[in-house]
Design a protein. Structure first.
Length: 152
């Protein structure tokens, strides 16, 4: 057996591959074209309307350069709108549109189902423990990330 099969980094990558694949497949069954990152962004904007792109990037632990493309695609899909920040003309405040709110309402149950699919090999107690351990591991290396999570 290859040593990589016991390495956390390799296993996390494989689980992430499955997570993206299952997410995309299940969301497509509902008739939507939305990536996990776009869903995270849309959810974060809904939770804190008016945030700018830099704040959004820090709230979903995504790099600031790439988040612009994510927001561009959400705007193109008419799920998010940008407004000029009255206090800083260079910044754009983000808001979920009515269509975006409806999409979130439609797909939230699917996203919950995806989480269950990803952990279907674990018991209920193991699922809870696994999520807590993932959170603990992420918190421990957060500052070493190129895009650390920062919730203000």
């Amino acid at each position: 057996m290859l040593e990589i099969y016991e390495m956390p980094g390799h296993l996390v990558r494989r689980l992430n591959q499955a997570a993206v694949s299952v997410f995309m497949d299940e969301i497509a069954k509902k008739g939507y074209d939305l990536t996990p990152v776009q869903y995270a962004a849309l959810s974060a904007i809904e939770a804190k309307p008016g945030m700018d792109q830099a704040t959004l990037a820090s709230h979903i632990a995504y790099d600031r350069v790439t988040i612009g493309g994510v927001v561009d695609r959400l705007v193109q899909k008419e799920l998010v709108q940008r407004e000029t920040n009255p206090n800083d003309r260079r910044a754009r405040n983000l808001h979920v549109t009515e269509k975006g709110t409806q999409v979130l309402a439609d797909i939230r149950p699917v996203v919950e189902d995806v989480q269950s699919i990803l952990l279907e090999g674990l018991s209920r107690d193991e699922r809870q423990q696994f999520v807590k351990l993932l959170q603990k591991a992420c918190e421990a290396v957060n500052e070493r990330s190129r895009a650390p999570l920062r919730i203000t």
